[in-house]
Design a protein. Structure first.
Length: 279
C-alpha cells in the first residue's frame, strides 16, 4: 500500500475515533475501549476492503459486515457516518430515547447495518448463516465479522466455527479484536481462551495473526483470506484497548465507561494533534 493511502486511512481512523468519543460522551454511556481498538480494522474494511455502495446500502451482492461484539456499536456507527451512510452530526444522539442509534446495532433503523446484534456470539452464528446462504444462492459477496476476545468465552462461537468449517465457508472472514481485556479485567484471568489461533486452526479455519493497527498487515491478511478455497477465515488482531487516546489505552476500566466532557476534550485534542502530525 502506498504511503499516501496509508496516511489517508490513518486520518480517517482518527476521525472515526473522534466520533466514538463524541458519541459515548453525549450518551453518558457506551463502550469506548473496544470500539477504539477495532477502529483500524473497520476503517480498512469500509474504506477499501469491502464491496459496498453508500447510495445503495441494500445492494444484493454487497459484502456484509456483522459486529458480533454488538456493544461496540459506537465503532460501527462512527465508521458508517464517516463513510457517508448517515450524518455524522447524528452520532451525538447515541442511546437517546428518540434516536435511531440504539446501544446495539439495529438493522431496521440504521442505514448500512447488516445485522442486529447484542448477545455475544450471536453475530458470528448469524454470519455463518449469511455466508452459507451466499453459497447456496451462488452469490459472490463475502461476510465479514468483528468479534471480541472476551466473546470467545461463549460456547456458541465454537459451534459456529465448527459449522463454518463443515460447510467450507471460504466467503466468511472473521476478526478477533484481541486487546486482552474485558469488562472484568484480563481475559487470561477471567476465563483464559488461549491459545486462540491454535484453537481456530483445530476447528478447521484458516488463521492469521496480525497487528490490528498496521494497515499493511490488515490488507495483506484480508487479501490472503480472499484467496482461500474451502476454509473459513479467522484473523486474530492484536490490538490496544482504547487505542488512540493515551489515558484510555490498555485500561480495562474504559470497557464500558463513557468519557466525561473534560475527558472528551482531552481525547479530542490528542486525536486532533495526531491528525495534524500526519500532514
Amino acid at each position: 500500500m502506498e504511503q499516501k493511502e496509508i496516511l489517508q486511512l490513518k486520518r480517517t481512523a482518527a476521525n472515526i475515533r473522534k466520533g466514538i468519543i463524541n458519541a459515548t460522551c453525549a450518551a453518558g454511556s457506551g463502550h469506548p475501549g473496544g470500539s477504539l481498538s477495532i477502529t483500524d480494522v473497520m476503517t480498512y474494511l469500509y474504506f477499501k476492503g469491502m464491496n459496498i455502495d453508500v447510495k445503495n446500502p441494500k445492494m444484493p451482492n454487497r459484502d456484509r459486515f456483522v459486529m458480533s461484539k454488538g456493544h461496540c456499536a459506537p465503532a460501527l456507527y462512527s465508521t458508517l457516518a464517516e463513510r457517508g451512510f448517515f450524518p455524522k452530526e447524528d452520532l451525538i444522539t447515541l442511546r437517546k430515547t428518540d434516536s435511531y442509534l440504539e446501544g446495539h446495532p439495529n438493522m431496521s433503523t440504521v442505514p448500512g447495518v447488516d445485522m442486529s446484534t447484542g448477545s455475544l456470539a450471536h453475530g458470528i452464528s448469524v454470519a455463518v448463516g449469511m455466508a452459507l446462504a451466499g453459497k447456496m444462492d451462488k452469490m459472490s459477496y463475502r461476510v465479514f465479522v468483528g468479534m471480541g476476545d472476551g466473546e470467545l468465552e461463549e460456547g456458541q462461537v465454537w459451534e459456529a466455527s465448527m459449522a463454518a468449517a463443515h460447510y467450507k465457508l471460504d466467503n466468511l472472514i472473521c476478526f478477533v479484536d484481541y486487546n486482552g481485556l474485558q469488562i472484568d479485567g484480563k481475559i487470561t484471568e477471567v476465563m483464559n481462551p488461549e491459545p486462540i489461533a491454535d484453537k481456530f486452526v483445530a476447528f478447521g479455519l484458516y488463521v492469521q495473526s496480525i497487528d490490528a493497527h498496521d494497515f499493511n498487515q490488515i490488507e495483506e491478511a484480508v487479501e490472503n483470506a480472499k484467496k482461500q478455497k474451502g476454509k473459513p477465515n479467522m484473523i486474530v488482531c492484536h490490538s490496544i484497548k482504547g487505542k488512540g487516546v493515551s489515558f484510555m489505552e490498555n485500561q480495562a476500566g474504559w470497557h464500558g465507561v463513557a468519557p466525561k466532557p473534560d475527558e472528551r476534550d482531552r481525547a479530542l485534542a490528542e486525536l486532533d494533534e495526531y491528525i495534524a502530525s500526519l500532514e
